[in-house]
Design a protein around this ligand. Structure first.
Ligand code: HSE
Length: 431
């Protein structure tokens, strides 16, 4: 029997999720168990980017969360209400819930998780933080054997985009914000992003998972980026820093039972060598530090239809696996039941750029002969430099364009036979 989804909302994330679920080639075969059973929308008349049978679309969202046939409710409508009420109703009706709604989880998490626990169902929220970056599941599972002491994130793409442009262009906050709004990187009302409120919701959620406790959103200290000036960015740069809006949850004395937690969002001078300093543009990254693992960083797209749909669907997949697991059927996501071997391409078929360093006799025409041999095998050169001499031999370095590895080696075989070639000390692939 298929697993029936009731999706609430068909905006950017809902549409991305439906598109992903309608295009299953090359994805986990367990996704084939899923049926998009109902999709709740505000208007049936709107032109959609996805095709769905007429009986799937409905404006009656309450009917979806109370329909006995629905197994999983996917809340991707956003906002506080009616999202909160619909999530609670779905849970009370025994349905698992997948949500991308960080604002609702950060504010009503206690109520939502208490209701889920009472009903014996799950609330999954991978898409609520970091868009497509898998960070919720690792914090719940893979990393929780560690004693986590710090979570530091760049979890808001809009502010990271603005700060990155202020830094690279030396522009003012208000000019970059206006341009970001024009380009669609910032909302018409940018308050939640620019004031750090969106990041505060997200660090509250991460802290709650990393430190095993509920977080009152009012306890999260929050400063936005409006006061960051181009002058500050310039001074920071001179001092060896970049300015980032960091969301931080840090335990004072991790191994002590009386340890307290500081949870905060504020612009921060980050040393240029720090792993978060190079996270630019709309990208997000979350650095988790714990014992004994040390540092682990998650990096990727923090928003966008496809990225967020990936996170939503991974939650759905996890729930499908739970629903399919029984005493006779092991959890399909924990088994490795592959029967067939993957087809591996031979290295000769690899297409890549190469770096090669030649030591040659210092004679006229050597570079020309090298070029001819490469040309004979269809190997096109991106750059050729003669850097100097080593032990009386000329040192010539070439970087190729993308070439078939087999062709490159044939060219090299011909080059090795040239009388002027002494040796080829280095061959490296270029990304
Ligand atoms: N507004 C968010 C950001 C994206 O700018 O990162 C969704 O969480």
């Amino acid at each position: 029997m298929g697993v029936k989804l009731g999706i609430l909302g068909l905006g950017t994330v809902g549409t991305g999720t439906v598109q992903l679920l309608q295009d299953l080639v090359g994805r986990n075969p367990l996704l084939q168990e899923i049926e998009i059973y109902r999709v709740g929308v505000r208007s049936l008349d709107k032109i959609r980017e996805v095709e769905l049978p007429a009986e799937v679309l409905t404006t009656d969202l309450e009917a979806i969360v109370s329909d006995p046939a629905v197994d999983i409710v996917v809340e991707v409508m956003g906002g506080l209400e009616p999202a909160r009420s619909l999530i609670l109703q779905a849970l009370k009706n025994g349905k698992h819930v997948v949500t991308a709604n960080k604002a609702a989880i950060a504010r009503f998490g206690a109520e939502i998780f208490t209701t889920a626990n009472q009903a014996g169902v799950y609330v999954m929220l991978e898409a609520a933080v970091g868009g497509g970056i898998p960070v919720i599941q690792p914090l719940k599972h893979s990393l929780r054997v560690n004693r986590i002491h710090t979570i530091t994130g760049i979890v808001n793409g809009t502010t990271n985009y603005i700060l990155t442009r202020m830094q690279t262009e030396g522009s003012d906050f208000s000019d970059v914000l206006a341009d970001a709004q024009r380009l669609g990187y910032a909302e018409a009302d940018p308050t939640a992003d620019v004031e750090g409120l969106d990041a505060a919701d997200k660090i509250a959620i991460l802290a709650s998972l990393g430190f095993d406790g509920r977080i009152n959103l009012q306890d999260v200290y929050c400063e936005g980026i409006r006061q960051v000036s181009k002058t500050d960015i310039t001074y920071a740069e001179k001092l060896g820093f970049v300015i980032k809006l960091l969301a931080i949850a840090k335990q004072s004395t991790p191994s002590s039972p009386s340890s307290s937690l500081s949870v905060r969002v504020h612009p921060t001078l980050v040393p240029k060598a720090h792993p978060l300093a190079s996270i630019n543009g709309v990208y997000n990254a979350i650095l988790v530090e714990g014992e004994p693992i040390g540092e682990v960083m998650f990096f990727g797209p923090g928003a966008g239809a496809g990225a967020t749909a990936s996170a939503v669907t991974s939650d759905i997949l996890n729930l499908v696996a739970v629903l399919k697991t029984s005493t006779v059927n092991p959890n399909p996501l924990l088994t490795c039941g592959h029967q067939d071997y993957c087809q591996i391409a031979p290295m000769t078929e690899l297409v890549t750029r190469f770096y090669a360093r030649f030591l040659t006799k210092d004679q006229p025409g050597v570079i020309g002969k090298l070029g001819t041999c490469f040309g004979n095998h269809g190997v096109s050169l991106e750059s050729v430099v003669q850097t100097g001499f080593q032990g009386g031999l000329a040192e010539i370095v070439v970087v190729t364009h993308d070439v078939r590895e087999g062709d490159f080696h044939q060219a090299l075989a011909e080059i090795r036979n040239l009388e002027a070639i002494d040796s080829i000390p280095s061959l490296l692939r270029v990304l």
